[in-house]
Design a protein. Structure first.
Length: 438
């Protein structure tokens, strides 16, 4: 009976066509009640497996890549391990069943420093990395799921040994830095060719932020203050003290992003009125940066003695942008110990302080003036106090309401245009004083 032969050939990439050794093959005769065939065999060093002495008929050939082979090769268009083909083989015919596998790529990723002055954005300093030197310890992934080893001492990361190779295409490169103050300055994807083992190089540089504080003369600030450094999106804050030896500069090695720096300062402490009038609210204000509302307090002192125990302490009630404020109502009882007749406040928060100017404490006095007909009388007056000070007022509508410094007594009143007549007072009872022109 005439015989036939079947040959199986497994090649790597149709363009180069080297054979792939060790691929399990099987030949089965079809068309009968059952499929029969000789024992299977692997491809040889040339990538072929020969099956001579077969009966004439239709044969199905199956080729199955092993688990190890599947890491480096794949059938076109599928990730399955098995490929098959069927052909009719005639008498004395030798039929070739060719199969082509695609080589999978295993590109390497290399990470090196870029640390020139241009890349750093500043002159090089002691401790800066060497330009072009390998960066070890970088975590590497392609996309979200393709794991690479960490970069080694030569800056090289390779596809994990148990990871399947890559088909051709563009792949996103994700580098995770520890420490995190490094920045990738190349593109974040690589084109991968069929079977590539190329080394793709990426460059990173140290990332830093520096803040410089200048004084009003645009010179380096040499003061000392607490600070707060806010990281991107407010995910982290750092607090500390900017000491005088830093010459107003703060530098940190940080991840890329937008940072906010604020000195914890209080300045421009101001009253909203020229005097503190008893029983009349007055607003205390201070400019505040870097502080929270709950940190800010206002201490009220005698204008000439802003030390020791405060006459009163109140917390800031509002913080509008950088302006903190609170309303305060002066009370005669709480200010009884004031000897200077003035008050000032000290705004404080942590190490920050700001001192206001001193303003006089006053109390409103009401002076009613009537004529001989008992009707309201308008007259310009000069009020005389025991210490020699004077205040000019007018009794519009028969009434004057001067702001009299706290503790001062009116000892005489001179009436303009009244032939120099003077009304004197031996004492004062309450805020209302009444006298009559005779």
């Amino acid at each position: 009976m005439a015989k036939c032969e079947v040959s199986v050939y497994v090649s790597i990439d149709a363009e180069s066509r080297p054979g792939l050794k060790g691929v399990p093959t099987k030949v089965l005769k079809t068309g009968g009640e059952s499929e029969t065939g000789p024992p299977g065999k692997p491809t040889d060093a040339e990538g072929t497996a020969h099956y001579p002495g077969l009966q004439v008929g239709t044969y199905k050939v199956t080729v199955t890549l092993t688990a190890d082979q599947l890491k480096d090769f794949a059938w076109p268009g599928t990730d399955e391990a098995l490929a098959e083909d069927s052909k009719n083989v005639g008498a004395l015919e030798s039929k070739l069943f060719p199969f082509v596998v695609d080589p999978l790529a295993r590109p390497k990723i290399k990470v090196v420093w870029t640390a020139t002055e241009e890349a750093l954005g500043r002159p090089r300093e002691e401790g800066d990395p060497e330009d072009g030197k390998a960066v070890p310890g970088i975590h590497v992934k392609l996309g979200e799921a393709i794991n690479y080893s960490d970069t080694n001492g030569e800056g090289i990361a390779e596809l994990a040994k148990d990871q399947k190779g890559l088909r051709p295409g563009d792949y996103a490169v994700n580098l995770t830095f520890e420490p995190d103050h490094l920045e990738l300055i190349d593109g974040r994807s690589i084109p991968v060719a069929k079977g590539s083992k190329e080394v793709e190089t990426f460059h990173v540089r140290p990332c830093w932020v520096e803040f410089a504080v200048l004084d009003q003369a645009k010179k380096a600030w040499e003061g000392e203050a607490d600070f707060v450094l806010t990281y991107p999106e407010g995910k982290k804050t750092e607090t500390g003290t900017l000491t005088s030896d830093k010459k107003g500069k703060l530098r940190r090695a940080v991840p890329p992003g937008a940072y906010k720096f604020a000195l914890k300062l209080l300045y421009e402490a101001k009253w909203t009125a020229a005097s503190a009038e008893i029983e009349k609210p007055i607003t205390l204000r201070v400019q505040a940066t870097g502080h929270e509302l709950g940190d800010i307090e206002f201490d009220i002192f005698d204008g000439c003695s802003p030390t020791g125990a405060a006459l009163e302490t109140i917390k800031a009630a509002a913080l509008n942008g950088t302006e903190a404020e609170v309303a305060w109502t002066p009370k005669a009882a709480k200010l009884a110990a004031v000897s200077s007749g003035t008050v000032r406040f000290i705004a404080k928060a942590g190490k920050s302080k700001a001192v206001s100017e001193a303003i006089p404490i006053t109390v409103e006095r009401v002076i009613k003036v009537t004529g001989t007909d008992d009707l309201p009388f308008k007259v310009d007056m000069t009020l005389y106090f025991g210490d020699g000070d004077t205040i000019a007022v007018s009794s519009d509508g028969g009434e004057a309401k001067p702001q009299v410094p706290l503790g001062k007594q009116i000892v005489a009143i001179e009436l303009a245009g009244q032939a120099g007549r003077i009304a004197g007072f031996s004492n004062e009872v309450g805020p209302l004083s009444t006298f009559f022109l005779s």
